[in-house]
Ligand binder design. Structure first.
Ligand code: SAM
Length: 253
């Protein structure tokens, strides 16, 4: 008699439940579709505020000359460009992303800005990073963690490649902390974002996914606990824009 089929494990893709094995491809579809308009959309959607969030993360990273930095889910290279300047010629910055289209846009953007030499681009899944153990001084992931299928595996993988004494910084959408902000934020997320996506990137669905994926992502305290359970120490977070975004930082000792 044939063995009964094992029920497939599922996860969320926005508000949809999908087989775990399908999520990477669905997320890839989103970022292939939006890669060319990704930077413009970030500026429009956040009215430029994403630049301040990234500047805050850069300063909190403490990256300095000679550091080895890995920016996971680094996409079009916003953080990598800042780290490349700070790490200098003796330093090394690696952008790792699962998506060729995003990496391609990033590579061109940084080359156009004359940022090369100490930056490389690697296609890799955050859950299984192809780098040596204890190698990087800092690992960052900005607006990427909510897209990975198994957050615990990504945290373990990022911990593995960090040097003892090194730190992980997670910049991600989180839970607004001001009562009253939620309604406004929901109205904006579920109406304005898909509309902007349709008009500018010709893709409303990807921006609906963005709004939904933010709602499914662990809140500040839950992510802090997940980082601690993964083995990070001295984990702290800082709310930005009233908790719309949070920056978590934790160390490997
Ligand atoms: N970090 C960039 C920034 O802040 O502008 C890009 C963020 S973009 C919203 C999310 C990125 O995560 C995309 O480039 C996507 O390809 C990447 N990504 C999604 N799942 C991933 C995974 N499992 N491993 C590595 N990168 C992933």
């Amino acid at each position: 008699m044939p063995a009964p089929d094992r029920p497939q494990r599922t996860t969320h893709f926005g508000f949809r439940e999908v087989p775990e094995s399908a999520k990477d491809d669905l997320v890839a579809g989103v970022f292939h579709s939006v890669a060319n308009k990704y930077d413009l959309m970030n500026d429009l959607m956040s009215l430029g505020v994403h630049r301040l969030w990234k500047q805050f993360a850069t300063e909190a990273s403490g990256v300095r000359g000679g550091f080895r930095v890995l920016d996971v889910a680094g996409g079009t290279g916003d953080l990598a460009a800042k780290f490349a300047v700070r790490a200098g010629r003796r330093g090394q910055v690696v952008v790792a992303d699962i998506n060729d289209s995003m990496l391609g846009v990033g590579r061109e953007r940084l080359a156009d800005r004359g940022i090369a030499g100490n930056v490389s681009f690697v296609r890799a899944n955050a859950e299984n990073l192809p780098f040596p153990e204890d190698y990087f001084d800092r690992v960052t992931i900005a607006f990427g963690l909510r897209n990975v299928t198994h957050i615990e595996r990504a945290l373990a993988s990022m911990l593995r490649v960090l040097k003892p004494g090194g730190a992980l910084l997670v910049l991600e959408f989180s839970r607004p902390v001001f009562p009253g902000l939620n309604k406004l934020y929901d109205a904006y997320s579920f109406n304005v974002l898909p509309w902007l996506g349709r008009v500018v990137a010709r893709d409303a669905d990807s921006y609906r996914y963005l709004a939904e994926s933010i709602r499914k992502h662990p809140d500040q305290e839950t992510l802090k606990t997940m980082m601690q359970q993964a083995g990070f120490e001295r984990v702290e977070y800082h709310n930005l824009s009233g908790g719309i975004v949070a920056l978590h930082k934790g160390y490997k000792f």
